[in-house]
Design a protein around this ligand. Structure first.
Ligand code: NA7
Length: 539
């Protein structure tokens, strides 16, 4: 292995979020030199950037956290069921300190190119600071939701007030007192922030293009009994978590079918799951994600809740999603979202009735009216899953560009590697469970698989490992095959790239279930990295 002379490492890691931090720790454990390059001024990835009011995780914190270190687990106590962004950021900073990671992290540096050199079997990366780094392995720990959707509303630049994208929120926060605020978008970021902004602002106007299903978090202190159970049985709970389809014990899967249950019993089941909160409802019955009629029973339950909570029936109907199955877009997990529409200082503009025409100097203009605003919040989402990979000019064998090769949609083997791109690893890449799994669980599994793979290659003094085209083709076909009979292709979601104009409509995550996927990855490794070609060092 190579030494650590300036600019030359065994591995270059792009991104210092959940993935990058653990990747660095694991590679150090193999005795390798690795360096993280991170665009932000601090570590934390998603939890560094998304500082909008109300930002918090949508999986319970004891599950959405690292499991690799029992000591870390014992010493870190979450203050709420669903940690806030500041608490998550403190946690990731603590991890960086605790494992002495900072000395190998270079902040405020964006990797702009990464090219594979077939002569040396090494990657050469360049940064926006003009540095050149070479490394045998290149790990893209760039996150699934890290490139904000391009907000190109006509007239945006003329707006006289302040405007913010939820993903690039100012570090010192925003003072909404006395402000008229326009929020564009009603995805998770908007649904989390609107109740908090409304509590402070003079008036909030919400611009909704498509309503989303949201379920209360029932957030609060971690239940003492649950906390004690996790403390006493942590290893077992973590094991159980990895054996689930979604990497979380919250979504206990029902084995019966919704349509075979009586309406009364169904209602009771959904109510019990609504009371648990978050994603629990989706596990209600075995057929919810494969049968649209079954799915509609759950969707109707939530629409009923919206009608119950929101006092104005016209507003309630506008907020009730009817154009896609529940769960086919990521369910939102909220604190007081629907109830916020009962406030006098909150109004809803349905962009399906009056299209958004332009941003003006004083607010937002639709085909029906001008809405004055002092501040505009763009909560319009991300170029998901492939966005961050496309921002780096990645070139593999023969100078082939990853972005060009993915013009019709991403193609990977297991979401981990790409044919023609030796020694390039993707953490939670397209074609892996990623966003359909508790991300912390998905990330740990990938990081561990990647580090095992690198250890295996290194121990055999091999130069490069890469996915074969045949294995990749078969995997892509399998990813599509398992998605096809489900409800997922039925929504215009970011899972399909449908939220970004011009992006190919391809279902990107793997819906075959996390535990099944993990078994497959383990089997591939146990069979001597089946579907991968390994070449000896060319130098
Ligand atoms: P999402 O879930 O992609 O939501 C973005 C929202 O912005 C959604 O309501 C969009 O409506 C809306 N949007 C996007 N572009 C426009 C334009 N041009 N005009 C009007 N409205 C628009 O992103 P989030 O940041 O809220 O959440 C992303 C994930 O982060 C979430 O799933 C959690 O995992 C955490 P549309 O539905 O496209 O009609």
């Amino acid at each position: 292995m190579n030494g650590t002379e300036q600019g030359s490492y065994d591995a270059v890691i792009v991104g210092a979020g959940f993935s990058g931090l653990y990747m660095l720790h694991k590679l150090r454990g193999l005795g390798l030199s690795a360096r993280i390059y991170e665009a932000g001024t601090g570590v934390g990835g998603t939890w560094y950037w998304n500082r909008y009011p109300g930002a918090r995780v949508d999986i319970e914190s004891q599950e959405y956290s690292y499991s690799f270190s029992p000591e870390l687990e014992d010493e870190w106590v979450w203050s709420e069921r669903y940690a806030t962004q500041p608490e998550l950021l403190r946690y990731l900073n603590h991890v960086a300190d605790r494992f002495d990671l900072r000395r190998d992290i270079q902040l405020e540096t964006r990797v702009v190119t990464a090219h594979f050199n077939e002569g040396t079997n090494r990657w050469t990366a360049t940064t926006d600071r003009g540095e050149t780094i070479t490394a045998r392995y290149c790990v893209m720990a760039t996150g699934c939701l890290s490139v904000p959707n391009d907000a190109s509303f006509p007239g945006m630049e003329t707006f006289q007030g302040k405007s913010w994208h939820t993903n690039s929120w100012p570090r010192d926060g925003v003072d909404f007192k006395g402000q008229r605020v326009a929020v564009i978008g009603t995805g998770s970021s908007a649904i989390q922030s609107i109740p908090v902004i409304a509590a402070e602002a003079d008036h909030v106007t919400v611009f909704q293009r498509t309503p989303n299903f949201s379920i209360p978090a029932h957030n609060g202190p971690v239940d003492a009994e649950i906390s004690a159970d996790w403390k006493a049985n942590r290893a077992q709970r973590r094991k159980e978590q990895r054996e689930t389809g979604f990497g979380s014990l919250m979504i206990t899967p029902g084995e019966t079918l919704a349509l075979e249950d009586t309406p009364e019993s169904r209602q009771a089941n959904y109510q019990a799951r609504w009371d648990v909160g978050g994603f629990a409802l989706l596990g209600g019955y075995a057929d919810l994600i494969v049968d649209t009629d079954a799915n509609d029973t759950a969707a109707e339950f939530v629409r009923g809740k919206i009608r119950e909570i929101v006092k104005d029936p016209v507003v309630a109907e506008k907020l009730a999603p009817k154009s896609f199955p529940i769960g086919s877009k990521r369910i939102c997990v909220d604190t007081g979202y629907y109830d916020t529409f009962n406030r006098d200082n909150v109004s809803l503009v349905d962009l399906r009735d009056e299209a958004l025409e332009a941003i003006t100097t004083t607010g937002v203009r639709t085909t029906a009216a001008n809405y004055e605003a002092d501040t505009i919040v763009y909560a319009i989402g991300f170029d998901a899953m492939t966005g961050a990979l496309g921002k780096v000019d990645i070139r593999g064998r023969g100078g082939e560009s990853l972005k060009a090769g993915w013009e019709d949609g991403p193609r990977t083997y297991l979401g981990l590697m790409v044919a023609g791109f030796p020694n390039l690893f993707l953490v939670t890449g397209p074609g892996s469970p990623s966003v359909l799994c508790n991300m912390a669980v998905a990330i740990e599994q990938h990081v561990e698989w990647i580090s095992d793979c690198i250890g295996w290659v290194g121990a055999r003094q091999m130069g490069a490992i890469e996915a074969t085209a045949a294995a990749q083709d078969a995997w892509v076909e399998h990813v599509n095959e398992v998605a096809e009979p489900t409800i997922f292709p039925l929504a215009n979601s970011w899972y399909l790239g449908a939220n970004v104009p011009g992006k190919p409509r391809v279902f990107m995550p793997y819906i075959g279930g996390f535990s099944t996927y993990r078994d497959k990855c383990n089997e591939v490794a146990a069979n001597g990295y089946e579907g991968f070609a390994v070449s000896s060092d060319a130098r």
